[in-house]
Design a protein around this ligand. Structure first.
Ligand SMILES: NC(=O)c1ccc[n+]([C@@H]2O[C@H](COP(=O)([O-])OP(=O)(O)OC[C@H]3O[C@@H](n4cnc5c(N)ncnc54)[C@H](OP(=O)(O)O)[C@@H]3O)[C@@H](O)[C@H]2O)c1
Length: 329
């Protein structure tokens, strides 16, 4: 029998990506695609080029008829709807930040909100698939990582796991404007984004920094400068770390040798956004600079795929014990 699935927030950028992938997935039936403002329409009437998926209201979703619910909602709304789904016995895969941090105090500090269900924070498995695969098997509540953390943490993991990360990591990251979602904002207008490169939240003020520090678990400090790039989708993180001894190219190639969605480029090649666009790949390149004692790691993903919908589906595949690449190639 097919897995009965719903998407809450199907008219958002990440929701749309998920609709397309779930409709092609052979083991899934997309039973409900929900939103607030466009109820009764088909998705292609809201987002031209999208599938003609009928849209219902969130209130019309009967969680007792579902196996898995994807939350493509803003934070706070996710925790509210996630609770309904969890109580009905559904598996929940949340793309927002509501279940990523382990401490309710930190959540309040970072998001300026009291978490409505702090008891869920310990239950949630952080869904950076490559690093948490054993815990994801059969998990009921999965916190899909942020897009910036996915690009940064996969770029650092081989060093971190080998105990070779330390000091200060500088993450200089650029995202396509879709990273901010579809809600209207002056800063995201074409006229503001085109032919521009806009740093924001400079001074370690971006919320994703806390998520990354939690996962780095004291291995290194992090200086993070996010920027909006003049494109719709894509993400690239240039990571500057202390150069460890040994063959880092080999370390990374061996660490990711069996990963279907992480590709380490041959020495000398340089990763760029085009390597990962429209794919679930994280593409890495390594650039040792012995004279400066530094290693530059370049990590690129598509923020809407590996950074959001693709990784969410990858996590469902792992949770269910299905082939991990199903619906993603
Ligand atoms: N975009 C990315 O690259 C990316 C990457 C990783 C994670 N995320 C996270 O994934 C989530 C969705 O992001 P997105 O970019 O897809 O967002 P988005 O484009 O702004 O879409 C948000 C969706 O949620 C619905 N919605 C908005 N406010 C709501 C509320 N208060 N209650 C119920 N429904 C509401 C919207 O429907 P209506 O328009 O009908 O209200 C829409 O369907 C966010 O938490 C975001 O931080 C996004």
């Amino acid at each position: 029998m097919s897995e009965r699935v719903a998407i809450l927030g199907a008219t958002g950028y990440s929701g749309r990506e998920l609709v397309e992938r779930l409709r092609r997935h052979s083991r899934v039936e997309l039973v409900r695609a929900a939103c607030r403002q466009d109820v009764g329409k088909n998705l292609d009437q809201v987002l031209p080029g999208a599938p003609a998926q009928p849209l219902c209201s969130l209130e019309d979703v009967d969680f007792s008829q579902l196996d898995t619910v994807f939350l493509c909602l803003p934070h706070a709304a996710s925790a509210e709807w996630g609770e309904h789904a969890l109580k009905a016995g559904c598996r929940v895969i949340d793309l927002s930040a509501d279940y990523r941090l382990k401490s309710a105090e930190l959540y309040k500090q970072v998001y300026n909100l009291d978490h409505p269900h702090p008891e869920r924070l310990q239950q949630a498995v952080y869904g950076l698939t490559e690093l948490h695969r054993p815990q994801l098997q059969d998990a009921q509540l999965i916190a899909n990582p942020g897009c910036y953390p996915t690009s940064v943490l996969l770029g650092l993991a081989p060093l971190q796991k080998a105990g070779l990360l330390g000091g200060l990591v500088v993450a200089d990251s650029k995202s396509g404007v879709s990273g901010a979602g579809r809600s209207a904002a002056l800063a995201n207008l074409h006229g503001e984004v085109a032919e521009n490169l806009r740093p924001y939240a400079v001074g370690d003020k971006h919320r994703h920094r806390s998520e990354m520090l939690q996962q780095l678990n004291g291995a290194a400090d992090l200086l993070f400068v996010p920027q909006v790039a003049p494109c719709f989708r894509g993400m690239i993180s240039n990571l500057y770390v202390d150069l460890p001894e040994g063959d880092v190219q080999r370390l990374y190639q061996e660490f990711y040798a069996n990963e279907p969605f992480v590709k380490v480029l041959p020495a000398g090649d340089i990763a760029q956004m085009a390597h990962s666009r429209q794919t679930n790949l994280c593409v890495l390149s390594l650039h040792p600079m012995p004279e400066q004692g530094k290693l530059v790691v370049i990590s690129t993903i598509d923020n809407l795929v590996k950074g959001a919908a693709g990784q969410a589906l990858q996590n469902l595949n792992v949770a269910k014990g299905w082939p991990e690449t199903e619906g993603l190639l």
